[in-house]
Design a protein around this ligand. Sequence first.
Ligand code: NI
Length: 137
Amino acid sequence: MADLVRFGVSMEGELLRAFDELIRKKGYTSRSEALQDLVREALHAQAWEEGEEVLGVIVLLYDHRKRELLARLTEAQHHAHPHVLASLHIHLDEENCLEVIAVRGPAGEVRRLADRLRAEKGVKLGRLCPAGTHGPF
Ligand code: NI
């Protein structure tokens, strides 16, 4: 584990009660654990906003019977600037495929790839899930 540094935190009583309630609901065992996760969340959100190197997952649901769709989706992934780390293809039923694509790259490029895939005809659902940054946190 990385070095732990203790520091004092002052907080309004009402805010602290709400924080403790949140900690209880989320199942954290300590305020320190919860606080560290909140700080990580904020750092990751900032990295996405500032276009830094990020990690993400693109989830697509599409009809594989649409003409040329599979080829176009594959083409887009091969030519995308963000590095496509891996993809998982699931044949859901007769018509639907679920594809999960792990990507890494500058936030703007990752968003552009997700937008391009989502915009293909036959894609019924396309979602970009930020998975964090490439940072050391
Ligand atoms: Ni399939």
